[in-house]
Design a protein around this ligand. Structure first.
Ligand SMILES: Cc1cc2nc3c(=O)[nH]c(=O)nc-3n(C[C@H](O)[C@H](O)[C@H](O)COP(=O)(O)O)c2cc1C
Length: 306
């Protein structure tokens, strides 16, 4: 029998036993998926975005299924960092997998406050910064759409944590490269991309938006080619390790992101279709490597000619 394949990956300071993570907001706080899969199988999971204080999120309807994905406007509903650290994290620590806290705020001070608290919480492998949020001090333009704000917020958070810092980029910009560079200059260790694309759907009979907030974020298979394009762009602009996200629901999808330059991937909307999607992605990566006679996952990552 052949030796088990080594799927471990290094993303700067973050070491994962395999390259499959689950994406923030699609996997609860991990515990919700305990009945369906052994969380130890995963390279890690990213918990629902956390803020300084609990948030109720937007009112319904806040999801809408589209032909190849979904729109959501959950509004970053979450239990708040304090409750996460007190109630949820202690129960998750038993798992031998990377637990990554996704964090956000509306001001740099809020980002720092939530990051400082997360940094003190025992058992987190890394922080992922969601910068697709309005900067209320700068007229509401998203941090992640403005290179200067991106640099500032990443630098400020970098100063309050020694945990590996992953910065999650928004695709809703004309050119993603200056944002990737700004995150690197601010001190990011890893870039994850992408968050959802702005989108909208209308009920043609009532002539009303399908979502209570009018607009939402599009995810799922529809965004995969756009996400891969952005991975390719970011790879050309920085040398930081990349985590690819966008419409991944099979091992072959994941391999495509890896060839483009992603060292690891996150499975998002796929978890809603099949709670075991992430495990299937992992198994299918292994099958692909075996069939192609590839010994080392490393040989695949970024193998697309530049
Ligand atoms: C219902 C829902 C909630 C989400 N919540 C968050 C969140 O709290 N923080 C965040 O950074 N991304 C959030 N996302 C974005 C996902 O993590 C992911 O970046 C995006 O859905 C693209 O991946 P996918 O096509 O595999 O779903 C959310 C996505 C969905 C569908």
């Amino acid at each position: 029998m052949s030796a088990p394949m080594n799927l471990a990956v290094k993303l700067g300071p973050l070491h994962l036993k395999n390259p499959v993570l689950t994406a923030s907001g699609t996997f609860g706080y991990g515990e919700e998926f305990e009945p369906f899969l052994d969380l130890n199988r995963l390279g890690g999971f990213v918990v629902k975005g956390l803020s300084c204080r609990p948030r109720p999120g937007n009112r319904s309807p806040r999801t809408w299924e589209t032909p190849a994905g979904m729109l959501n406007s959950i509004g970053l509903e979450n239990c708040g960092i304090d409750r996460f650290l007190e109630e949820k994290l202690p129960r998750l620590r038993k798992y031998r997998t990377a637990i990554i806290a996704n964090l956000f705020g509306e001001t740099i001070e809020e980002y720092c406050e939530v990051a400082r608290k997360a940094d003190a919480g025992e058992g987190l492998a890394a922080l992922e910064l969601n910068i697709s949020c309005p900067n209320t001090a700068r007229g509401g333009i998203d941090f992640g759409c403005d290179p200067e704000a991106t640099r500032e917020v990443v630098r400020a958070v970098r100063d309050v944590t020694s945990l590996p810092l992953m910065v999650k980029l928004t695709p809703n910009v004309t050119d993603i490269r200056p944002l990737a560079e700004a995150a690197q200059q601010g001190g990011a260790d890893i870039l994850s991309l992408v968050n959802t694309f702005f989108g909208m759907a209308i009920d043609i009979r009532s002539r009303r938006p399908r979502l209570s907030t009018r607009h939402g974020g599009l995810s799922g298979p529809a965004i995969k080619p756009m996400a891969i394009y952005l991975v390719d762009r970011v790879r050309a602009a920085t040398d930081l390790p990349i985590v690819g996200i966008g419409g991944i629901r099979s091992g072959e999808d994941a391999v495509e992101f890896m060839i483009a330059g992603a060292s690891a991937v996150q499975v998002g909307t796929g978890n809603f279709v099949d709670p075991l999607c992430s495990v299937h992605v992992l198994e299918e990566i292994e099958t692909f490597l075996e069939k192609e006679g590839i010994q080392e996952l490393r040989g695949l990552i970024g193998s697309l000619p530049r």
